[in-house]
Design a protein around this ligand. Structure first.
Ligand code: 2BA
Ligand code: 2BA
Length: 109
């Protein structure tokens, strides 16, 4: 068994969960926050048999798109009287960042 843990945009999460459940997979979504942009994203857990992992990854890939986003970097440390004019930088936010982990044990009570 594997746990497929996908960090996706909140905008794609519903569509992905629909696709996963329609394909017969069980999923759990939690609301998360990216460390860099400090914006909400979603992390979707799917516990499934090893042989299903490629299919789950395909569904994740199909339902999550890459976005370009402008962000202002954090201001540097400055001396008194200095002025900082932030220049937004273009950041590519991935369709999905996916971790596949081995499950040692599953219990249902
Ligand atoms: P349970 O199987 O007891 O699952 C309860 C909750 O535990 C699920 O909520 C889900 O959040 C999580 N969960 C269970 N198995 C998981 C797994 N392999 N990977 C990730 N998360 C898992 P819901 O998704 O709202 O499901 C509620 C109940 O509906 C489930 O109870 C199950 O009886 C049924 N169910 C869920 N998905 C189904 C599916 N694709 N086909 C048929 N029945 C489904
Ligand atoms: P955030 O941390 O908010 O990152 C959003 C995007 O900003 C990233 O997109 C990446 O393009 C850029 N970025 C992040 N950290 C950076 C850094 N230290 N320097 C320069 N650019 C940086 P993605 O790579 O597609 O990641 C989207 C979200 O997935 C991330 O949101 C984070 O929540 C999660 N993530 C990505 N890689 C991760 C990892 N190795 N471990 C844990 N979470 C990860």
């Amino acid at each position: 068994m594997k746990l497929v843990m996908s960090i996706v945009s909140s905008d794609d999460a519903d569509q992905l969960v629909d696709a996963l459940t329609q394909a017969g997979y069980r999923a759990t979504t939690i609301s998360t926050t990216g460390g860099f942009l400090r914006q909400g994203n979603a992390t979707i857990f799917v516990g499934t048999e090893d042989e299903n992992v490629p299919d789950v990854l395909r569904l994740v890939e199909r339902n999550c798109c890459t976005r370009s986003q402008y962000v202002s970097p954090l201001p540097p440390v400055m001396e008194p009287g200095e002025m900082y004019i932030p220049t937004p930088v273009d950041v590519q936010v991935g369709g999905a960042t996916v971790f596949v982990l081995d499950i040692l044990q599953i219990e249902r009570f």
